[in-house]
Design a protein around this ligand. Sequence first.
Ligand code: FES
Length: 190
Amino acid sequence: MATTEASQRAIGAQNPGRGAAPTRRGFLGSVAAGWVLFATGAGAGLLGCVRFLFPNVLFEPPSSFKAGLPADYGMGVDERFKESNGAWLVHVPSDPLSGRSGVDGIYALSTTCTHLGCIPNWLAADQKFKCPCHGSGFRMSGMNFEGPAPRPLERFRIVRTDDGQILVDKSQKFQWEKQQWPSPEAYLKV
Ligand code: FES
């Protein structure tokens, strides 16, 4: 019997871990690993909850904006709302394309190119809008005349508020190819 125990101890010494009972250190290590896994899972769940409560929201500029008084606008293209609101306000003495020959007024042009959506630049020396992406050109009226743009720039609804200011409403657009430019709210008589 003593010989058998001695030989088992010898085998254990040659093969540590084989058939050995779990040590206290190993047990504590397993518990710690479990807690790490639990904490990681809980953290991921908490992050998911936070993202659910505060989802990624794309903040876009409001669809309508006040643009001051008509008297603030000299003749020609005004770019003060190009960057902030995506609109040019154009003051002209006459607009035959909308049926307002000889009628002093203002219209609001969209700054979105009708080809693939880039933003053209107003070239005052050439009196045209020129798109930097593929070279489309538009007259001051918004009419396309060169490059791949298939149709004119769109116009936004433009009206006067109770306090006499200009209100541009981008939620309503007027398209020349749909004969919408003559619409009463596509041109503000001043
Ligand atoms: S996006 Fe303006 S010409 Fe292509």
